[in-house]
Design a protein around this ligand. Structure first.
Ligand code: ARG
Length: 478
């Protein structure tokens, strides 16, 4: 972006002189709010159309203003527009350039303030951004489902307290993240439902004495309900000072980032020599400048690290808002860097994690060795005793005693003989338990939501079908 150094502009009206260079540099927002240019122009086109309807603009003036705005938009898009930081923000830059080119541009700000303009622009920007975030979430879900589908028979230990607990299909572990991401998508969609309301017409704080057609503007800009009725903010003071929608977006982004950070942490564990379940492609890892053997999972580590920033942005916003008196206060300009950063950071993490998983390979033989640990099926053995009529608490105790016995004789549970079992307790059946057949053990886990053979296959194909209807947004509605 091309922003010129601040120059002091003299302001008309109440002010004899403009702000000092230092103040201008301190207070400008163009260096970051230029991102709103598309939405600013879109909002101005709708506002101008409305002003023509109520005869504030003539048809010719509307034509000239619309052409001017479109031309400026094309130049911004092409990168030839030069922003002036002395003009503070994106709204003033575009309007003053328009007025320089089209005299009628001086009428465009009728009954409008930057206070309702910025509230509008950010809502429009967020609408586009939510759509993109949903696409990115959908792409990561597809990558997770794909990585599960490529290894449908792989079983790994599931962990609690980072201790081996019970066996799960590899795909089941990945699908846990698909579920989390679906809830994240739901939170963005839910927030959009609340912020897709038009604030324009609220003016600086108190609306306008002119007979604005707010409903026309809302319809023009797509602020409508399912039946096509315009949705308007109902209190001008709230409308110009409300930033709930930014907080909600950044909150959804923070939680989504936390989910990504957990996934990143799992990946970091999986690629460690200690686990060794996963191999990342060279493209998503880096070496060490000193240790020639190193292959580091930097993308996962950075995703985990960047989560701190996204969580911090949410905190910064809440603190920004907590002491503000009604209504607009310049403090609110500080909302945008947090918002843009959260959105860009989250989207970057979603994209990179998806790319990394698309190219990852599971070390199936290592997983098979880890999943063959018979202790993972100790609970199955207790269940087996329960079926024989032994109360679970007692069964738990008996199996615990067997585990201790096995440790003592240096054998695994499945290596113990019937005699060994009966030595621990005659309550163990006299035939050798079949619980240690992993294939059968997985087939037995057939409850909804369980990591059993049938259930996991069902979940994989359900998610595949949902996600192939394109975005995460579609997937959610099933
Ligand atoms: N740059 C400002 C912001 O981001 C726009 C609104 C300024 N309004 C004002 N009265 N100074 O909040």
């Amino acid at each position: 972006m091309n922003v010129s150094l601040p120059t002091v502009v003299s302001r008309s009206g109440r002010f004899a002189a403009g702000p000092s260079q230092d103040v201008a540099a301190f207070s400008e927002s163009i260096s970051f709010d230029w991102r709103l240019w598309r939405q600013d122009i879109r909002g101005s086109l709708a506002h101008a159309g409305m002003l023509a309807r109520i005869d504030v603009l003539s048809a010719d003036e509307l034509t000239a203003i619309s052409a001017g705005l479109t031309e400026i938009g094309a130049e911004i898009e092409a990168g030839t527009f030069s922003w002036n930081s002395a003009l503070e923000d994106v709204h003033m830059n575009i309007e003053s350039e328009l007025t320089r080119r089209v005299p009628a541009g001086a009428k465009l700000h009728t009954a409008r303030s930057r206070n309702d303009q910025v509230a509008l622009d950010v809502r429009l920007w967020l609408r586009d951004e939510v759509a993109s975030v949903l696409d990115d979430i959908g792409a990561l879900q597809i990558a997770l489902v794909g990585l599960g589908e490529r290894y449908p028979a792989v079983i790994v230990p599931g962990y609690t307290h980072l201790q081996r607990a019970q066996p799960v299909y590899w795909a089941h572990h990945l699908l846990a993240y698909v579920e989390m991401l679906a809830r994240d998508a739901g939170r963005f969609i839910d927030g959009r439902e609340r912020f897709n309301v038009c604030p324009l017409g609220s003016g600086a704080i108190a609306g306008s004495t002119l007979p604005l057609d707010r409903e026309f503007v809302a319809r023009e800009l797509g602020f409508v309900d399912a039946a096509g009725h315009p949705r308007l903010t109902q209190n001008s003071m709230d409308a110009v000072s409300d930033r709930d929608f930014i907080v909600e977006f950044c909150s959804a982004a923070a939680l989504a980032s936390v989910h990504l950070s957990r996934l990143a942490e799992d990946v970091i564990l999986w690629v460690s020599s200690e686990f060794n379940f996963l191999r990342l492609s060279d493209a998503y890892t880096t070496g060490s400048s000193l240790m020639p053997q190193k292959k580091n999972p930097d993308v996962a580590e950075l995703t985990r690290g960047k989560t701190g920033r996204v969580v911090g942005n949410l905190t910064a916003l809440l603190v920004l808002l907590k002491g503000l008196p009604m209504t607009y206060n310049r403090d609110l300009q500080e909302d945008k860097e947090r918002l843009f950063d959260s959105a860009a950071t989250l989207r970057g993490c979603l994209r990179l994690m998806a790319g990394m998983l698309e190219q990852a390979e599971v070390r199936t033989e290592v997983c098979a060795r880890a999943a063959a640990d018979a202790q993972l099926l100790a609970t199955d053995l207790a269940d087996h005793l329960v079926v024989q009529g032994i109360p679970f608490r007692e069964a738990h105790h008996l199996v615990g005693a067997v585990v201790a016995y096995a440790e003592g004789v240096g054998k695994s549970l499945d290596q113990l003989s019937v005699e060994d079992y009966q030595r621990v307790s005659p309550k163990f059946p006299s035939s050798s338990p079949t619980v240690f057949d992993l294939g059968q053990a997985m087939a037995r886990r057939n409850l909804v939501g369980a990591p059993g053979t049938e259930q996991v296959q069902r979940q994989l194909s359900l998610w595949r079908a949902r996600l192939s209807t394109v975005s995460g947004e579609m997937g959610l509605e099933i």
